[in-house]
Design a protein around this ligand. Structure first.
Ligand SMILES: [Zn+2]
Length: 240
């Protein structure tokens, strides 16, 4: 099991860890703890660097298999179990992903609160993302209004709170039911929740900013009809 440092501290960008497994054929290693996000829930994995002794390699891919997070290095570091490594995230990429992910939750919260539309999926790159909604009444004229409402929530400087709850407790929160928490596999005993205080609450494994003001600005760049009910909204985060 890898301790997932990013789950409780999304601002941790450097850390030391011990190698717990080596898969030389695939140029990858598992660590006892990691701040690298392995990807999931629409958020891509982190990149960065790993240092062993005098040798530095790039971390070019991170993936979670069961409870183990694997780090792929290039050129592949020749590691052994028990060795200590020092790691650093590509922080520009990660922070852009945090802002983008939180911006998408703002969008979700606004669209649910003001239009009653449920989110059905989403995806993101650093700085840009999209979300799918069951949003029959979405028309082009609403796009500007939705953007303005999202930026009001940015300006409202709402805190984001992350909690890890026992499954039973999480299942009693009505706001979580609507985000299809009931689809979580039975074996999962704890649920991590991300709350934009006063706006949105979701079961979520991703990394987020601490306050909506860090998003700075949301642009709704496009929308697409994927049928009578399903609509896709595209956003970007900007620095002003
Ligand atoms: Zn999310």
């Amino acid at each position: 099991m890898t301790e997932l440092l990013y789950q409780t501290d999304s601002y941790l960008r450097e850390f030391e860890a011990r190698v717990t497994a080596v898969d030389a054929d695939n140029g990858r290693a598992a660590l006892d703890r990691t701040a690298f996000y392995p990807g999931g829930g629409g958020q891509p994995c982190d990149f960065g660097t790993m240092i062993l002794g005098d040798t530095t390699a790039s971390v070019v891919k991170v993936a979670k298999e069961g409870g183990t997070v694997w780090h792929y290095t290039s050129p592949p570091l020749k590691m052994e179990e028990g060795q200590e490594v020092r790691c650093a995230l590509d922080w520009d990429r990660r922070y852009a992903l945090m802002r983008t992910h939180s911006a998408l939750h703002i969008l979700c919260g606004v669209v649910w609160r003001d239009y009653g539309a449920l989110v059905t999926g989403g995806n993101m790159d650093p700085g840009a993302g999209r979300m799918d909604f069951e949003f029959e009444t979405l028309r082009g004229e609403l796009v500007g209004e939705i953007e303005a409402k999202c930026n009001q929530e940015v300006a409202a400087a709402r805190d984001l709170r992350v909690r890890i709850l026992p499954r039973d407790e999480a299942f009693q929160i009505p706001d979580l039911i609507r985000t299809k928490i009931n689809l979580l596999p039975e074996g999962i005993l704890e649920v991590r929740t991300v709350e934009i205080v006063g706006l949105d609450l979701q079961a979520d494994g991703g990394t987020h900013v601490a306050n909506t003001r860090e998003v700075v600005r949301i642009h709704v760049t496009d929308y697409k009809s994927k049928g009578a009910i399903n609509k896709r909204i595209y956003i970007e985060v900007a620095d002003r």
